[in-house]
Ligand binder design. Structure first.
Ligand code: ATP
Length: 503
């Protein structure tokens, strides 16, 4: 209405003035008044317009910024440093050109899921004042040949046109899960993958320093060894940055970042959470903070306590408590199985058990919670063997009390086998230092079986000596569903004392 009203007014006023002049009236005062009114109107509009702009600006500033900086990424100090160094190529392009250095075209971020690779790419775009365009490898895979390739073309076109529109000199194209399109081109692979990869290589080869916007491609993968060598050769993705699981200091930093918008009780010690979350990724740590807030909400509280954080760590590590009801026999078997793990763990690494629980969580029907471990990156043969024995403890306990195993040991065996593989690759077995290509499957299988047999025997010998602890602990576990580490240690020490006395 107001829009049309204004137009009608603009049309009517000159007609009225012309009519008044035509019938002989003096229109000068009317004209004078109109000019003053129009001037006042324009001045007022300019003022309120500026005011509105300022409010909008203030609003925008008070909102969370849509960009992400390196300060928003916890830990990863080395990766951030390496990345910034590489990004300086994009920022100081003139100096680089003078020295005749070829432009940096691709940076590959490699590391486990949820460690912040996407965050790094976004922060890189902010750091270099570039446009950020992203896609995931799986988005390029289509049933129809050629679609993937044309999507790659569109992605680069989009990056260039957005940079021009936004007046930026550079653009970062981020491709997550690059292994989906950039996997090794062994014979017989799908043609579609080839065309998509070829298009990506063509786009990379077409990047020149002279042209603006300058394009930098960043890609992320969890499986670098799967990538085609054509992608990794100089001039393509020749900068590789490892984005690893955070260490204790990194975990602390990430927890603090995600605690910023959360009301924590004064008693909360994030240090303790950092200790308990050994080998958690950034995404898992974010989830711990979020789940803790949900637990506080469930308790009808407005602040998050240490208890909520502890529950959240369990949930992220083992899954939500489930209400699966199992029979008494099944529960008893699970109790023996978990006690097998716990007794082996405590005997081989005293003080390591924090709780044995019979409540089902995620896929597990029971679990042993371990005390925080010291950060460690080198493992001796003895250490790995003791870990394998703890993993085998569950199955061995079932054999001791039921004469056979159940399907409950599947994950334990998987873990044990992976650890044996690590031992083999590190030259810690009787096979000596091996190259898997030069070793036959039979040799590997034979050694694996020998190690497993030996460690199963040693675990059985260890557990057999503590049968009474199993029986005493079983009663408590069946009645209360949990057994604290201290309770359990006390029984174990009593029995060990008796053993020493009788020896
Ligand atoms: P994927 O390999 O599965 O794609 P990614 O390594 O790209 O994972 P991101 O997508 O960057 O992981 O991280 C997922 C979420 O986890 C982030 O949105 C953030 O909340 C949290 N996160 C991960 N790493 C960090 C970190 N270092 N600092 C702060 N938050 C992090």
């Amino acid at each position: 209405m107001s829009k049309y009203g204004k137009e009608i007014l603009i049309g009517v006023i000159p007609v009225v003035i012309a009519f008044l002049a035509f019938i002989g009236l003096n229109v000068v005062p009317v004209l004078f008044m109109s000019v003053i009114v129009a001037a006042l109107f324009l001045m007022n509009r300019a003022r309120t317009g500026a005011g509105m702009g300022a409010t909008a600006d203030r609003k925008a500033k008070s909102r969370t910024p849509s960009y992400l900086t390196f300060d928003d990424i916890g830990g990863q100090d080395r990766a951030k440093h390496e990345l910034k160094e590489a990004l300086d190529f994009l920022i100081k392009h003139e100096e680089i050109k003078k020295l005749g250095i070829r432009p940096l075209k691709g940076i590959l971020l490699e590391g486990p899921p949820g460690t912040g690779k996407t965050l790094m790419a976004k922060a890189a775009a902010h750091y270099t004042n570039s446009v950020f365009v992203s896609a995931s490898g799986s988005e390029f895979v289509e049933m129809y040949v050629g679609v993937g390739a044309s999507r790659v073309r569109d992605l680069f076109k989009d990056a260039r046109s957005r940079a021009q529109k936004e007046g930026k000199d550079s653009a970062i194209v981020f491709i997550d899960e690059i292994d989906v399109i950039g996997g090794k081109r062994a014979g017989g692979q799908h043609r579609e993958y080839d065309q998509t990869l070829n298009q990506l290589l063509t786009e990379m080869d077409g990047i020149h320093t002279a042209e603006t916007p300058r394009i930098l491609i960043m890609a992320a993968t969890n499986r670098k060894e799967m990538l085609d060598s054509a992608l990794l050769r100089p001039g393509r993705f020749d900068r590789h940055i490892t984005v690893d699981l955070p260490d204790r200091k990194g975990r602390m930093h990430i927890l603090n970042i995600h605690a910023k918008n959360k009301p924590l009780a004064e008693e909360v010690l994030l240090d303790r959470v950092a200790d308990e979350t050994f080998q958690f990724s950034g995404a898992q740590l974010e989830s711990v903070m979020n789940e803790a807030a949900i637990y506080a909400l469930r308790d009808g509280l407005e602040i998050i306590g240490q208890k909520h954080l502890s529950l959240a760590v369990d949930k992220v590590m083992l899954g939500e408590k489930s209400d699966r009801e199992s029979t008494r026999e099944e529960k008893e078997r699970v109790a023996y199985h978990e006690l097998g793990h716990a007794i082996a763990a405590e005997l081989l690494n005293p003080g390591s058990v924090s709780q044995v629980a019979l409540s089902p969580r995620g896929q597990a029907l029971g679990y042993v919670r371990h005390n925080p471990q010291k950060e460690q990156y080198l493992y001796t043969k003895e250490y790995i063997e003791s870990k394998i024995m703890v993993a085998l403890g569950g199955a061995v306990a079932e054999e001791m009390f039921y004469g056979g195993r159940s399907t409950g040991s599947r994950n334990d065996f998987e873990q044990a086998i992976n650890m044996v593989k690590t031992m083999m690759d590190a030259g810690l077995t009787r096979l000596g230092i091996i190259d898997r290509e030069m070793t036959t499957k039979e040799e590997l299988m034979k050694e694996n079986a020998a190690i497993m047999e030996d460690l199963t025997r040693r675990t059985r010998e260890l557990l057999e000596r503590h049968r009474t602890v199993f029986i005493q602990s079983l009663d408590i576990l069946m009645g209360e569903e949990t057994l604290s580490g201290d309770q359990f240690r006390h029984m174990l020490q009593e029995q060990t004392g008796l053993l020493h006395e009788s020896a």
